[in-house]
Design a protein around this ligand. Structure first.
Ligand SMILES: Nc1nc2c(ncn2[C@@H]2O[C@H](COP(=O)(O)OP(=O)(O)OP(=O)(O)O)[C@@H](O)[C@H]2O)c(=O)[nH]1
Ligand SMILES: [Mg+2]
Length: 418
């Protein structure tokens, strides 16, 4: 499959460019208007960018009916044999005048037999050809059949394009297959492409589900949110972003706890954010200290708990974390598993399997800015059934944080650019 982007001043021009290069069969996957930002707005017009795709393999030539090919071949062979016989006859008539009569008689009867044979074959072939010619008389049937075949082939082509598109976004093969198979029985409408795209898009959005983010407790009890995950995925940075959002925009009373006592730098990192945002912070070394800290923060709205990065392969670390989580009232607790969008699917699977056995969690995907393949978001959502939640797309606190936008991810998976 070839996917290319074309830019022009108008949508029509961009589509024409795409079709010019990729051919009339090219499929328009996305249309985006980019308005120049900042000072450039004054000098440049908006640009329409069209993403178009086509199958790079030319479609196969229609195969002729088998009978047709076979009878043609036989007829040619027979004709050749006759020519050969006539040529030999001419030669012999010059060299052998004595046996001319007998020979002629014999050979002429042989030729006659062959001619008969040939006539027979031609007749058969004509019957076949006539049958083929007769078919258009049954126009209704034929037109309908052709239309159906055309629709089927077009839909199959579209499904093929979508399947490849999903794979190129690293959607797991079986999920890609499931998504295109689910649209198998679409009506054979003219606007099949739009119908299929809209259908698949909606299915992806549904499968990604409604993101679930932090909701403060209404009963004057703090919401306690743990951030867990592997080393370096962005737990502490995400906590700083969320703390800032709740403190500055939602005017909530926010407190921080860190149990990441493995590294001095880790504590200092969170303390720096606590200072900037004027938030209280506690460092806890055990589940006892954790309980005590939570009691002290009883009249806060939100307590964000940072944890040390854990390798899913280190059982001791994982057990310690489980103990810490269990020291907190389940009704107040929310666990956010932080995953980097840049981690390989195979590794992500292992990570989520470790946490799945331990606790219910929501999923935060970080570092969306570092990849253009969002397939893992869908893969992990479908693997775990766990709700998706926040996403982060940069190092800037607090700006680079948002709630997962299922529509934007679905568009991206279908080849869109936003
Ligand atoms: N590009 C990009 N970098 C990010 C994002 N989120 C965090 N980072 C960077 O990733 C690095 C690690 O972030 P941390 O927040 O320290 O990660 P952590 O999970 O707390 O790491 P440990 O405490 O060591 O387990 C830092 O350099 C962050 O600035 C993001 O969304 N995009
Ligand atoms: Mg950290």
């Amino acid at each position: 499959m070839i996917i290319k982007k074309y830019e022009a001043e108008t949508e029509n021009d961009a589509i024409l460019k795409a079709k010019d290069e990729l051919g009339g069969g090219a499929i328009i996957m996305n249309i985006k208007t980019t308005r120049p930002k900042g000072i450039f707005r004054l000098f440049r017009k908006p640009v329409v960018e069209v993403t178009a795709a086509t199958d790079d393999k030319p479609s196969a030539e229609p195969v002729k009916p088998k009978m047709d090919a076979v009878s043609n071949e036989k007829a040619q062979k027979a004709a050749k044999a006759i020519e050969e016989a006539i040529r030999r006859q001419k030669q012999e008539s010059v060299s052998d005048s004595e046996s001319l009569k007998d020979g002629r008689q014999k050979r002429s009867s042989a030729i006659e037999a062959k001619l008969d044979n040939l006539a027979d074959m031609i007749e058969k072939q004509m019957v076949v050809e006539n049958k083929e010619k007769e078919q258009p008389k049954d126009t209704d049937n034929k037109e309908e059949q052709e239309k159906q075949e055309e629709t089927e082939s077009r839909n199959a082509k579209i499904r093929g394009l979508l399947y490849n598109q999903f794979l190129s976004n690293e959607v797991e093969e079986s999920y890609a297959h499931m998504l295109v198979e689910e649209v198998k029985d679409l009506p054979d409408k003219e606007e099949a492409l739009d119908a299929i795209l809209a259908n698949v898009y909606q299915r992806i959005v549904l499968k990604l589900g409604q993101p679930q983010v932090i909701r403060l407790n209404e009963k004057n009890k703090p919401r306690v949110c743990f951030f867990v995950g592997s080393t370096g995925v962005g737990k502490t940075t995400t906590i700083a972003k969320i703390a800032s959002l709740f403190k500055l925009e939602k005017k909530a009373k926010v407190a921080l706890i860190t149990s990441d006592t493995y590294r001095i730098a880790a504590v200092e990192q969170l303390k720096t954010y606590a200072n900037i945002l004027s938030l209280p912070i506690r460092v806890v070394y055990s589940s006892e200290e954790m309980k005590k800290a939570l009691e002290d923060y009883e009249d806060y709205d939100l307590v964000l708990v940072d944890t040390a990065g854990r390798s899913p392969k280190n059982k001791k670390q994982v057990d310690e974390l489980a103990e810490l989580l269990n020291s907190t009232d389940e009704a107040l607790r929310e666990v956010y598993l932080v995953l980097s969008a840049t981690t390989k699917y195979k590794d992500l699977k292992q990570i989520v399997a470790t946490y799945k056995d331990m606790v219910d969690f929501r999923i935060v995907f970080t570092k969306l800015d570092e990849t253009s393949c969002y397939g893992n978001i869908l893969n992990i959502r479908l693997d775990t059934g766990a709700p998706l939640s926040y996403v982060t797309c940069g190092q800037v606190v607090p700006d680079d944080l948002g709630m997962l936008n299922a529509q934007a991810i679905a568009k991206q998976l279908l080849g869109g650019c936003e």
